[in-house]
Design a protein around this ligand. Structure first.
Ligand SMILES: [Zn+2]
Length: 192
């Protein structure tokens, strides 16, 4: 990803302002909630920076892990982690998969970018796509303590909540199936 000087300066500005906001808000947050005040303050600051985020639909454990991780990232290292996409309902995932199937031309090719409903952890509520790249790098380095792992070589933004331990790193979504011989049944038609 090539970024202009202006974009870098803008991102730096966002980092500074959001961090400042978290610091300024923290006494208020501590008054409101003696436990977890820091996290509350960071959540407010991050919500101001990423107003379009939708955290609903993630499993409670995934959501808690993600909140804890990005609080730590912002508070300790001044790194912002935004959510691009978290939970997706089955209909949305099916639409994304169908679009990719049309574009890519085959099930095997489509799976490299979008998984069908039955295999997507976004539908399960245990996957998060994050931004920007710096945030993803932080999560890749520190995510283990929150059970959040990068899974695919070709998706720097995609992380999964895996409390049972680190999953095998795959070159791309559907890689296990490809390795098994590409004998994949076509998915059933769209059903919410
Ligand atoms: Zn994803």
């Amino acid at each position: 990803m090539v970024r202009t000087h202006d974009e870098r300066r803008r991102d730096y500005g966002y980092r500074v302002v959001t961090r400042l906001l978290a610091v300024v808000l923290s006494p208020v947050a501590f008054v409101l909630a003696s436990q977890g005040g820091r996290q509350r303050a960071c959540e407010w600051a991050l919500a101001a920076r990423f107003p379009g985020e939708r955290l609903t639909g993630l499993t409670p454990a995934t959501r808690a892990a993600f909140a804890a991780a990005r609080t730590e990232a912002l508070w300790r290292h001044g790194v912002l982690i935004g959510l691009t996409s978290g939970y997706r309902d089955a209909a949305t995932q099916q639409r994304l998969y169908a679009e990719e199937l049309c574009r890519a031309g085959s099930d095997t090719a489509a799976r490299r970018r979008v998984l069908p409903v039955s295999e997507s952890r976004h539908v399960e509520g245990t996957a998060v796509d994050v931004r920007p790249v710096e945030g993803a790098r932080w999560l890749e380095r520190h995510g283990r303590q929150y059970h959040l792992y990068r899974v695919y070589d070709n998706e720097w933004w995609h992380f999964e909540y895996r409390p049972d331990g680190a999953p095998a790193r795959l070159p791309h979504p559907g890689a296990e199936l490809s390795a098994a011989g590409d004998s994949i049944a076509m998915p059933s038609p769209a059903q919410p």
